[in-house]
Write a protein that binds this ligand. Structure first.
Ligand SMILES: C[S@@+](CC[C@H](N)C(=O)[O-])C[C@H]1O[C@@H](n2cnc3c(N)ncnc32)[C@H](O)[C@@H]1O
Length: 451
C-alpha cells in the first residue's frame, strides 16, 4: 500500500461517504452481533449486513471477512476496487471481491470530542474457528493492549512524541492529536508501510515513520512523551519469532532495556509510558525487581517511576494463553511446545508473569532535569473504540503499585482518553488479535498489558 499516492485520500473519501464510522458500524451490527464478533463469530453480523448498502458492504468486507459482489464493492468503493487490489488491500475474482487487509473505523477521543479514524492492518485471524496462524511479519491491528496503552497515555499538548514499535500506527495516530511532531519506529517493513498509509489515510501530516530497532532511529533525540507497547511476550525463543509479540531477547529483557533507555530520550518533564509483561521470579518481590531497572543512567539521569501490576498469571496459564493466541492449540506440536516453554520458565526460576502499564517521565513538580518512569495499568476502560476483535480471556487482577514516585497523574483521570469514555466505549473493546491483543495477560514478573 502506498502512502504517498492519492489512494489514502480517495479511500478516506469513500469510507467517509459510506458513513463507515465506529458508531455507524456498532449501530448496524447491534449489541449481539458486536459481542459475537468480539468472540470471532461472524454469523450474527452477516445476518445484520445483508442490505447491500455501502456501510454493510464495507463491514462485510473488512470486519466479517466475507466476499461481496463486485457491484456491491464498486458501490462502496467507487473507482477504487482495482486500485485497492493492485495495492494488496483486496482480491478480486469473477464477480466477487474479498479483503486481504483489514480496514476498520476507530473512534479516538481528543479535546474536541470523538475523532473518527480508520486503521488498516492485517486481517484478524481465527474468525469462525478458522486456523489462527499468522505470518512472522503479521501487523497487528488495534488490540486490547493498544487501547489500554491509549487510555493510559497522558494527553497533554506536547511538542514531540515517540511511538516505539508502532505496528499499524495506532499510538502515533493518537499522539498526533496532541503532539506537534510524532516519530514512530518499527523494524517490520510491512508495519512501516501500514503505519505510513494510516497516517496518510487519516490526513495526519505530523507523523514521521522510521525504520530501526527501538531507540536506534532516534539515537540523539529527546521527546516530551514516549508511548510504547513493545513485543513483550516472555518466551524461550525456540519457536518462530512473531515480530509483533516476540522481541527475540530473553525473558523480559526488552522491557528492562526500554525502561533503562527511556530517560535518555526524555526531555525534562517528559513521560515514557509502557505497557508490558514482566517476570515474577522466585522469592523476589516484583516491585523490588522493577525498581532495580530504575537506577540513574550512566549520564546521571534519575528517574521516578510509577508502576501498576494489573494481573498475574502462573506459568502454565501464561503458556496456554500465548500458545492459543498464536493458534497452536490442537496442532501436533502443541504438547511439546507447552512442555518446552514450561520447562524454560522453571529453569529461569519464573513463578509467573504479570502485565501492566508504566509511565516514566518528568513532571512539572519534579526538579528540573529529573526524569520519571512509571508503570501502570488499570482495569481496562476503552476510551478508544474500534469494532471488536476477540481476545483471550483475561482476569482483571488486583492492582498493586510499585512506585518510586509521588506523582499519581498517570493513574488519575486526566485529559486523556482514559476518562472520556462512555459505557458503550468499554463494550467496544478492540477485538482480540493474535498474540498481541492478548490481553494484558499477566505472567511472571512485571505487570504487562498485552501486546
Ligand atoms: C505489540 S505490537 C504494538 C503495535 C502498536 N504500537 C500497538 O500499540 O498496537 C509491537 C510492535 O513492535 C514492533 N517491533 C518488534 N521488534 C521491534 C524492534 N526491535 N524495534 C522496534 N519495533 C519492534 C513490532 O513489529 C510491532 O509492530
Amino acid at each position: 500500500m502506498t502512502a504517498t499516492s492519492t489512494l489514502p485520500h480517495r479511500l478516506r473519501e469513500a469510507l467517509s461517504a459510506a458513513g463507515f464510522t465506529y458508531d455507524a458500524v456498532a449501530d448496524l451490527l447491534g449489541s449481539t452481533a458486536h459481542a459475537a464478533l468480539a468472540r470471532n463469530q461472524t454469523a450474527p453480523g452477516l445476518a445484520r449486513t445483508a442490505d447491500g448498502s455501502p456501510l454493510a458492504t464495507l463491514t462485510r468486507l473488512f470486519l466479517l471477512q466475507t466476499a461481496v459482489t463486485r457491484a456491491e464493492a464498486e458501490a462502496a468503493l467507487p473507482d477504487l476496487v482495482d486500485r485497492l487490489a493492485v495495492e494488496g488491500f483486496l482480491e478480486t475474482s469473477v464477480g466477487e471481491v474479498r479483503a486481504r487487509l483489514d480496514c476498520r473505523p476507530y473512534a479516538a477521543p481528543d479535546a474536541a470530542g470523538d475523532h473518527d479514524l480508520w486503521v488498516a492492518s492485517d486481517l484478524t485471524p481465527g474468525l469462525d474457528g478458522l486456523p489462527n496462524r499468522v505470518s512472522a511479519d503479521h501487523v497487528l491491528g488495534i488490540s486490547s493492549a493498544s487501547t489500554s496503552l491509549a487510555q493510559l497515555t497522558l494527553r497533554d499538548d506536547v511538542v514531540t512524541a515517540l511511538d516505539l514499535g508502532t505496528g499499524c500506527g495506532v499510538q502515533a495516530l493518537h499522539l498526533a492529536t496532541h503532539a506537534a511532531r510524532v516519530v514512530a519506529t518499527d523494524v517490520n517493513p510491512r508495519a512501516l508501510r501500514l503505519a505510513r498509509f494510516n497516517a496518510a489515510l487519516n490526513d495526519l501530516t505530523g507523523i514521521e515513520v522510521r525504520d530501526g530497532s527501538y531507540f536506534e532511529p532516534v539515537r540523539d533525540e529527546r521527546f516530551d512523551l514516549i508511548a510504547t507497547n513493545p513485543p513483550f511476550v516472555i518466551s524461550p525463543g525456540t519457536g518462530e519469532r512473531l515480530v509483533y509479540r516476540d522481541s527475540g531477547l530473553p525473558g523480559d529483557r526488552v522491557v528492562e532495556d526500554i525502561v533503562r533507555s527511556a530517560p535518555r530520550h526524555l526531555t525534562p518533564g517528559g513521560w515514557c509510558q509502557v505497557l508490558a509483561n514482566w517476570v515474577i521470579t522466585d522469592g523476589t518481590p516484583w516491585d523490588e525487581r522493577l525498581a532495580g531497572w530504575l537506577g540513574p543512567t550512566e549520564e546521571g539521569i534519575v528517574s521516578d517511576a510509577f508502576v501498576v501490576q494489573r494481573e498475574v498469571l502462573d506459568p502454565a496459564a501464561y503458556v496456554e494463553l500465548w500458545l492459543a493466541d498464536e493458534g497452536a492449540a490442537g496442532t501436533a506440536d502443541y504438547l511439546r511446545r507447552y512442555d518446552t516453554w514450561l520447562s524454560w520458565f522453571a529453569d529461569q526460576g519464573i513463578e509467573g508473569s504479570a502485565s501492566a502499564g508504566s509511565t516514566c517521565g518528568a513532571g512539572p513538580t519534579v526538579p528540573q532535569g529529573r526524569r520519571r518512569c512509571a508503570w501502570r495499568s488499570g482495569p481496562t476502560r476503552s476510551s478508544s473504540r474500534s469494532p471488536p476483535r476477540s481476545e483471550p480471556g483475561v482476569t482483571p487482577s488486583t492492582t498493586s503499585h510499585v512506585s518510586t514516585t509521588t506523582r499519581s497523574s498517570p493513574l488519575a483521570c486526566g485529559p486523556g482518553p482514559t476518562c472520556a469514555r462512555s459505557p458503550s466505549a468499554s463494550r467496544a473493546r478492540p477485538t482480540r488479535r493474535p498474540s498481541c491483543s492478548g490481553s494484558s495477560g499477566a505472567s511472571a514478573g512485571v505487570t504487562p498489558p498485552t501486546p
